[in-house]
Design a protein. Structure first.
Length: 155
């Protein structure tokens, strides 16, 4: 897994919370990352139909889907993110030792199974699920911390 997934989830939860278009600069400030990085990730989400964009002075990114229907699996699929993988493989398939020649394939299968378990779990978690964990079941989403954060920004 890489940080793109975290940035994408954070962005969609924030956009859902705001209920209006938000610029990449404002998103980046809330996520605490670079606006160019946000734009790159948001481009992938837009391509898969998870967000829309609005042009002009009040332009930006907009999440206008039903938050209870957008899963974290949808986000991971848009980003093509593996959750469990290895960039290194032990052994060598050309060695006569069965352990050395077979271990990489066995571990690849284990990583693949673990990755699928993660993705199956993410199918159960929605933007609304995360929103409720942050704000509770209350429909009043604007809390003091967000109000203070908005007041501290001069956008």
């Amino acid at each position: 897994m890489n940080s793109e997934f975290t940035i994408a989830v954070h962005a969609l939860v924030f956009l859902n919370h705001k209920g209006e278009s938000v610029s990449s600069d404002k998103l980046a400030a809330n996520i605490c990352t670079n606006p160019a990085r946000v734009r790159k990730i948001m481009g992938k989400l837009k391509k898969k139909g998870l967000i829309s964009t609005k042009e002009g002075v009040v332009g930006g990114y907009l999440f206008d889907l039903e938050p209870s229907k957008v899963t974290l699996y949808d986000i991971s699929s848009a980003l093509n993110v593996p959750f469990v993988s290895s960039s290194w493989r032990s052994g060598n398939s050309d060695l006569p030792c069965l352990v050395a020649s077979g271990m990489a394939g066995i571990m690849d299968d284990i990583y693949g199974s673990l990755d699928q378990l993660c993705k199956d779990y993410l199918k159960q978690v929605t933007i609304q699920t995360i929103d409720q964990k942050i704000f509770g079941s209350s429909k009043l989403k604007e809390n003091d911390a967000c109000r203070k954060w908005k007041e501290s920004r001069s956008y």
